[in-house]
Design a protein around this ligand. Structure first.
Ligand code: DLL
Length: 420
């Protein structure tokens, strides 16, 4: 385990290297630093962090697809993508070294949660552009566990395999695991008898202590909260250790700060604000002081587990309007982008998120009376939403003038999910 001194000397050495690397190899950071009047050599230690300008999600969108690359294309090994704020996703690039580092971090993440060689990991995170599937896959391989790549959905088959293969580790979004509590009983299973799950690795969306209790009581497993985001490679940024009093952020790879989301002012450890991350040794796409929009707090006191990596509290919410629907990130602006590009729709729309067994997304939009029952229009909107969001939405047409108008900010999103 890294001692505090080792950790801070890695961080001090890495930050200097990183700033020079980003400045030298990306036009984006060169311009960002020059515009802010910051010379890379002026960042000498962690105390100079606040000189570094923030990077935000729209920077990645504006540089779509690969504008922030610091290496030639032929050094890339893999690309992933996540939701952008409009029609285009955010593309994340990895060199071989980045992939190996990510695998190592995921391996550590699994190890901290107690996953061992011989464990059978049912990986119910989506395989594909989303980083969850492959990230957890690499983690399982890194600790020598046996990975069953079931990916998302097909609940009956998930349960059948969980029983027949005697899965010991479940990896999926917490909302899906809560759903499996009910679904397993509805399918005639007795979860504590039929399954031998001992560990759960849950993340990609906010969840509560109540959800943890429900999952643990149903399955008799120990549930760990895992945090990450595509821009920072994917999962593997932070994980709860056996103490489960906050999530350890892997400090030799990620620097974490907290800022006031309105003013950008850096906050003392312990105060709640927006998390800002710097990835210390990413090759393909360096990311400096990236504003996550996730709200939490950092605590640096020693953990009873003996690890010195600082911890973040469970994510409390977001400082932007991003919704997470069944683990998938959805920006209202993406929905608007789709609707505005379909001829025949009105300007007023509403996004409803509800929860009946699983999260559901409904988009209500106004249109002319004669098109209210137009199956072609429904199909177009559904398909375009699916193409942009990556999840299916119900579409309802309403007569023009039906949706509530607001004088101030439009209230476009109605989130009906129970607040636990
Ligand atoms: O959700 C990566 C991931 C996959 C993490 C699997 C954990 C497990 P994105 O799709 O880019 O990446 O979404 C990142 O999801 O900024 C948070 O708002 C939210 N999020 C991720 N993990 C947690 C968590 C993956 N444990 C965004 N608790 C982040 C609360 C989470 N929110």
């Amino acid at each position: 385990m890294l001692k505090p001194k080792q950790l801070s000397s890695i961080q001090q050495a890495s930050i200097r290297k990183l700033v020079h690397y980003a400045y030298r190899n990306t036009a984006f950071y060169r311009k960002r630093f020059d515009d802010a009047g910051v010379r890379p050599e002026s960042v000498k230690s962690l105390d100079d962090m606040s000189k570094i300008p923030f990077t935000v999600k729209t920077d990645l969108r504006d540089n779509y697809p690969l504008g922030i690359l610091a290496v030639p294309l032929n050094r890339l090994y893999c690309l992933h993508a996540s939701s952008g704020t409009t029609g285009k996703p955010i593309v994340v690039a990895y060199t071989r070294g980045d992939l190996e580092r990510w695998s190592r971090l995921m391996g550590r993440t699994f190890d901290v949660a107690g996953v061992r060689k011989g464990d059978i990991v049912q990986n119910m995170y989506g395989y594909g552009l989303f980083t969850g599937g492959l990230g957890f896959h690499y983690g399982a391989r890194a600790v020598g566990a046996i990975v069953v790549p079931t990916s998302v959905g097909n609940t009956k088959r998930q349960l059948m395999l969980m029983k027949d293969l005697q899965t010991t580790v479940a990896a999926c979004t917490p909302s899906y695991m809560v759903y499996l509590c009910e679904a397993s009983r509805a399918e005639g299973y007795e979860p504590r008898k039929d399954f031998v799950l001992r560990i759960g690795l849950f993340g990609a969306e906010p969840w509560s202590e109540e959800a943890r209790k429900r999952i643990e009581d149903s399955f008799g497993l120990r549930a760990h909260d895992c945090y990450g985001m595509s821009e920072l490679c994917g999962p593997g940024v932070a994980i709860e250790c056996e103490q489960r009093e906050g999530l350890h952020v892997w400090g030799d790879e990620f620097l974490v700060e907290t800022i006031d989301p309105d003013t950008g002012e850096v906050l003392e450890p312990g105060r709640e604000g927006e998390l800002v991350f710097t990835m210390l040794s990413r090759e393909a796409m360096p990311l400096l002081r990236y504003r996550s929009r996730d709200l939490s707090r950092v605590f640096e006191d020693e953990c009873a587990c003996g690890r010195y990596h600082s911890r973040i509290a469970r994510i409390k919410g977001r400082s932007d309007d991003m919704l997470i629907v069944g683990g998938v990130n959805v920006f209202p602006s993406q929905v608007e982008h789709v609707l505005m590009n379909v001829p025949g729709l009105g300007d007023q729309y509403q996004i409803i998120v509800s929860h009946e067994e699983l999260d559901r997304l409904t988009v209500k939009v106004e249109t002319a009376k004669h098109r209210l029952q137009d199956p072609e229009l429904t199909k177009t909107v559904q398909e375009d939403l699916y193409a942009t969001l990556g999840i299916r939405a119900n579409v309802e047409f309403l007569e023009e003038g039906t949706l509530p108008r607001h004088e101030g900010k439009a209230r476009r999103v109605v989130d009906l999910r129970p607040k636990e």
